[in-house]
Write a protein that binds this ligand. Structure first.
Ligand SMILES: Nc1ncnc2c1ncn2[C@@H]1O[C@H](COP(=O)(O)OP(=O)(O)OP(=O)(O)O)[C@@H](O)[C@H]1O
Length: 267
C-alpha cells in the first residue's frame, strides 16, 4: 500500500492551519490533583483528531472542557473564533455511557436534541430518520434502548449528535463498551461519516491501533499533569480495504512507534 507514513507535526501549530477549535493555555486541577497543565492545541476543521495518552493524563477532562461541561482553572477555548465557556449548538458530545433516555424510542432519542431546541415534530423526525439510516439503524426506530446491543446504543448516541448538526463532534471512548466486531464496523462507519458529513471529530481513545486507524492526527498527552507531548499525522490511505490497512507495514510501524513512546508509562 502506498501513502502510509508517519508524520510528526511541531507541537507549536502553524498559524496558517484552518482550525475550528483553538485551545490556549488550558489548565485544570481537581483539588491537589493537577490534571492538565498549559495545553495549547489547534484542531483542524473537517478532520478527526484523537487524544491519546496514559490513563489519567486528562483526556476526558480536556474533551469536557472543550464541550463546556467542565470549567478550566486557566486558559480559554475558542470555536469558530468565538470564545466558549458552556455547551453550545456548534458542539455535540457523545457520552461513553450512551446517555440515552431509557423510556424513549430510538427515534425519539435521536430527535431529542432537536426537541430541546423546540423544532417541530415533523422536521425533527425527518432529520432523525435520516441519521438513523446514516448510522445503519434503519428498522429500529421504534425500539427502546434496552432492546438494543451496546454497539447499537452507541450508534443511537452518534445519530443524536449528528442530527443537531453541530460542527464539532466530541466522542469520549465511544467504542469502549462494544465488542471487537462492532468496534471495527463502527470505526469504518466513522471514517465514512467524517468524509461524507464534513464534520470535525475530537475523539478520546485508549487504543493506539484505533487512533492510528481512524485519525487524521493524533495528539499524544504526557502522564499527569497532561501536556502535549507529540502530534502525529498517520497518513494512511483509507480508500483501500480495511483489512489491508490493519496488515500494512506502515500502519503497524506507526502503532509500534507510538507504543514505544507510551510503554514507559505503563506499570
Ligand atoms: N471529578 C473529579 N474529581 C477528582 N479528580 C478527578 C475528577 N475527574 C478526573 N479526576 C482525576 O484527574 C485526572 C485526569 O482524569 P481524566 O478522566 O481526565 O483522565 P483520562 O486521561 O481521561 O483517564 P482515563 O484514560 O483513565 O479514562 C485523573 O487523575 C483523575 O483521577
Amino acid at each position: 500500500m502506498r501513502n502510509a507514513t508517519l508524520r510528526k507535526v511541531p507541537t507549536e501549530q502553524p498559524a496558517m492551519m484552518d482550525s475550528i477549535v483553538e485551545v490556549r493555555g488550558i489548565s485544570k486541577s481537581y483539588g491537589n490533583v493537577e490534571a492538565l497543565r498549559s495545553i495549547d492545541l489547534d484542531f483542524p476543521r473537517g478532520k478527526l483528531t484523537s487524544l491519546l495518552g496514559p490513563s489519567g493524563c486528562g483526556k476526558t477532562t480536556l474533551l469536557k472542557i472543550i464541550a463546556g461541561l467542565i470549567e478550566p482553572d486557566g486558559g480559554k477555548v475558542s470555536v469558530n473564533g468565538r470564545e466558549v465557556s458552556k455547551p453550545g449548538p456548534e458542539r455535540a458530545f457523545v457520552f461513553q455511557d450512551f446517555a440515552l433516555l431509557p423510556w424513549a424510542t430510538v427515534l425519539r432519542n435521536v430527535a431529542f436534541g432537536l426537541e430541546l431546541r423546540g423544532r417541530p415534530v415533523a422536521e425533527r423526525e425527518k432529520v432523525a430518520r435520516h441519521y438513523i439510516a446514516e448510522v445503519g439503524l434503519s428498522g429500529f426506530e421504534d425500539k427502546y434502548p434496552h432492546e438494543l446491543s451496546g454497539g447499537m446504543r452507541q450508534r443511537v448516541g452518534l445519530a443524536r449528535a449528528l442530527s443537531v448538526d453541530a460542527d464539532v463532534l466530541l466522542l469520549d471512548e465511544p467504542f469502549s463498551a462494544v465488542d471487537e466486531q462492532n468496534r471495527r464496523k463502527f470505526q469504518e462507519d466513522l471514517i465514512r461519516l467524517r468524509t461524507n458529513q464534513n464534520k470535525t471529530f475530537i475523539f478520546v481513545t485508549h487504543s493506539i491501533e484505533e487512533a492510528v486507524y481512524i485519525s487524521d492526527r493524533i495528539v499524544l498527552l504526557s502522564p499527569r499533569p497532561g501536556r502535549v507531548s507529540q502530534i502525529i499525522e498517520p497518513e494512511i490511505d483509507r480508500s483501500v480495504d480495511p483489512d489491508r490497512i490493519h496488515r500494512d507495514k506502515h500502519y503497524l510501524d506507526t502503532v509500534e512507534e507510538i507504543w514505544q513512546g507510551l510503554k514507559q508509562y505503563v506499570d
